[in-house]
Design a protein around this ligand. Structure first.
Ligand SMILES: [Zn+2]
Length: 346
């Protein structure tokens, strides 16, 4: 049982492990360590992955570059679905562009992701799988991806006894070619993350996403008819800190190509890796100590959905003027901290 959720993810992980094992036997050694993990007790409260994060907290905090999550990796073949932190969006695009689809070799995985209007669906991370502790406890940049159907055929199968090998073989992925494609994608992502001279973490995309969330929350205030000059002023300040973050991130992107000496490279990579940590609020988001990422939190009413700036969204929904003002200022401080961390000579 669970051939789709989660054994498709496990199968993809094992196949990628086999591939990495082959090139390892042929002498390949990665510059960075790749740790392959399979988690127990996900459905019971993300227990295995959370205990791993708790046990290895100091090493992960100091040295983890990124976490790639797989869960329900294959439940169809119509679309490519991905979620993650925006600093990995560009990296994910490149990886998806380099893997062909099994049914049409001229078509790439990326073509199954991009929509007719050229936009990409890349929703905020929630808490529906094992990336939660990595993102929410430490602030490690994360990706999760899957192949699925838009028709919703898997809907009645999900979390039921029908999610079996027979279902997968008859309906989900008859020849297991999408499992193989997902393995290739995972493999190339792991190899690139482990080999990249400069870490492929792009904060220009992060700043742009943050800007979108802020505009959406400002719109929500207006839609709910909650207006005040005070909010306008604090939103202006919030947008200013986001523009400052964007300009520092842009400088860093331009600087990436110029780095040659190992010392500068080391400090640049540290900055890129650790910046995500500056979004961690030790006090917890909405009084939850297991949710500490200020930008991304699970939606308090639906943990399968992610909510950007959940504490501000919550204050707006509750029409609590004091909390709204406080949260806008509070978020500004975190974005300022992020720019402060990224800027300065290397
Ligand atoms: Zn599940």
């Amino acid at each position: 049982m669970g051939a789709g959720d989660n054994l498709s993810g496990t199968t993809v992980l094992l196949e990628a492990a086999r591939g990495l094992g082959t090139i390892y036997k042929n002498g390949w050694r990665s510059k960075r360590s790749i740790i392959l993990c399979s988690w127990d007790a996900e459905e019971y409260g993300l227990i295995g992955s959370t205990e791993f994060v708790e046990k290895h907290f100091p090493a992960l905090q100091a040295r983890a570059v990124a976490y790639v999550n797989l869960d329900l990796a294959v439940s169809g073949s119509e679309v490519f679905y991905a979620t993650g932190t925006p600093n990995l969006l560009n990296f994910l695009k490149d990886a998806a562009k380099s893997i062909a689809t099994p049914t049409d070799s001229s078509k790439k995985v990326f073509d199954m992701w991009i929509k007719k209007d050229n936009s990409l669906y890349f929703p905020p991370l929630a808490a529906g799988s094992d990336y939660k502790a990595f993102l929410q406890q430490i602030g490690i940049s994360c990706i999760d991806f899957a192949f699925e159907n838009v028709s919703g055929a898997y809907g009645g199968v999900y979390h039921s006894n029908y999610d079996s090998f027979t279902w997968m073989k008859k309906f989900g992925d008859k020849d297991f070619v999408w499992h193989a494609t997902a393995s290739k994608l995972l493999g190339i992502m792991l190899m690139r993350l482990a080999e990249a001279k400069v870490l492929p973490l792009n904060y220009v995309d992060y700043a742009n996403e943050i800007n979108k969330y802020i505009l959406a929350l400002e719109k929500l205030l207006k839609d709910l008819n909650i207006t005040s000059d005070k909010y306008d002023l604090s939103f202006t300040r919030l947008k200013d800190s986001t523009s400052a973050f964007l300009s520092v991130a842009t400088n860093i992107e331009e600087f990436k190509a110029k780095v040659l000496d190992p010392t500068t490279l080391r400090s640049l990579n540290n900055r890129l890796m650790l910046l995500e940590r500056s979004f961690i609020d030790p006090r917890g988001v909405l009084n939850q100590l297991d949710v500490r990422h200020i930008v991304y939190a699970p939606n308090p009413y639906n943990s399968y959905g992610g909510q950007a700036f959940a504490s501000l969204e919550d204050a707006i929904r509750k029409r609590d003027p004091k909390a709204i003002s406080f949260q806008i200022g509070y978020i500004s401080v975190f974005i300022q901290k992020a720019s402060e961390y990224l800027k300065g000579d290397l």
